[in-house]
Design a binder for this molecule. Structure first.
Ligand code: PLP
Length: 385
């Protein structure tokens, strides 16, 4: 049976398993060898070559989920994104990149690109016109993030892919927030898709990993740079990631269902002034999100009314954890200005709309009513204190 015909949860469960030929165990054996035979073998395996049995097979699961020919797994999302950028950008090339983006990616571009003579332009906004206006004769790559971290802006993936093709420029997307459960950018025409696998792929807040999926040709180019940069993932973690990804579809669907209910409830909450969630009709790109996502995801952000201190509020939460990361099965919150976007200047944060009242909310799988109760009790506790 063709792997393309498999449904989401079948891919999550079965594609990319390493068969235990020796003992016929039900799960993939873990191959921890860092040294493999080189004589009379088709593939010379070595962990930094991203081709140990566990690495090779897990990348098949990611490729199947993202509808690509190939994929690679890295030691972190930043290893994935930096290797991808260095594979397609060299001295004198130019990158067009969305202005509302994960802070670590922004920081990487600003700190590292000048050292290698790579030019970049952050767009003024996230419409296709904003991207087109930033393209130069030496532009080689357009990079987008949608939904974006932390404001949940939505960029028109099809339009960006079309723009790239019309200008002969490659396109890449950070698909971390949506995950392939809710969004398949390759089907919409993008060339490459990357993930912080630390997030939904791992899903239990105990793995740091990254991934890129694309055509075999592009992955070979990324591999050529990746083996030099050395950002591969240990096989213990690869094995854990494979196990985690078996429930990716189940987890993300449950989290998405919870998030819709919570976003609607938060929007009506008297102490909350704004909710950013693409599944709300009030979201400026609701229709676009609906057209390109199969689910709206489980990430949102909201602003507390000005008289409520966002940090004191988070300290009063009992169930929802304050957390640097996101996308685990447990609900978490953070203040982007102190964490994911702390390295941006106040002016840069003001420009994109990240203020001190903004809280990023990663919705988990807990019962919706318990999450609502926790938010309410934290507000009441603050008012009484
Ligand atoms: N992309 C997005 C959207 C993220 O949120 C993050 C991390 O928070 C990254 C990339 C970087 O991933 P990692 O921390 O796994 O390197």
């Amino acid at each position: 049976m063709s792997k393309k015909k498999f449904g989401l949860n079948t891919i999550c469960t079965h594609v990319g398993e390493v068969k235990d030929e020796q003992f016929k165990g039900a799960v993939s054996p873990m191959y921890l060898s860092s040294s493999y035979e080189f004589l009379d073998v088709d593939v010379k395996r070595y962990p930094r070559y991203f081709n140990t049995p566990n690495q090779e097979f897990l990348s098949k699961k990611i490729a199947a989920l993202e509808h690509t020919e190939a994929a690679m797994i890295f030691g972190s999302g930043m290893a994935a994104i930096s290797t991808m950028f260095f594979a397609f950008l060299k001295q004198g090339d130019h990158l067009v990149v969305q202005n509302t983006l994960y802070g670590g990616t922004v920081n990487f571009i600003k700190e590292e690109f000048p050292k290698y003579g790579i030019e970049y332009t952050f767009t003024n906004g996230y419409t296709v016109e904003d991207f087109e206006a930033a393209i130069k004769p030496n532009t080689k790559l357009i990079h987008i993030e949608t939904p974006s971290n932390p404001l949940m802006t939505i960029t028109d993936i099809k339009a960006i892919a079309k723009l790239g093709k019309s200008k002969g420029v490659l396109t890449s997307i950070d698909n971390t927030f949506a995950s392939p459960v809710n969004q398949k950018p390759i089907d919409l025409g993008m060339d490459m898709v990357m993930h912080s696998a630390t997030k939904y792929f791992g899903g239990h807040s105990d793995i740091c990993a990254g991934a890129v999926a694309s055509s075999s040709e592009h992955i070979e180019r990324i591999w050529n740079v990746g083996k030099n940069l050395g950002g591969s993932l240990s096989d213990i973690t690869v094995w854990m990631l494979e196990r985690s990804m078996k429930t990716l579809g189940l987890r993300v669907k449950a989290q998405t269902k919870n998030a819709i209910k919570l976003a609607k409830w938060l929007e009506k909450h008297p102490k909350i002034s704004k909710v950013n969630y693409p599944g709300l009709k009030s979201h400026p790109e609701y229709k676009l999100a609906k057209s390109q996502m199969s689910g709206f995801g489980a990430m949102m952000s909201f602003e507390l009314l000005g008289d409520i201190d966002a940090l004191k509020f988070q300290k009063k939460l009992k169930l929802i954890k304050s957390s640097m990361s996101l996308a685990g099965i447990e609900s978490t919150m953070l203040s982007p200005y102190l964490t994911s976007h702390a390295l941006l200047s106040q002016q840069e944060r003001d420009n994109v709309g990240i203020n001190d009242q903004l809280i990023r909310f990663s919705v988990g799988i807990e019962e919706t009513k318990d999450l609502k109760r926790d938010i309410n009790q934290a507000i009441v506790a603050l008012e009484l204190s």
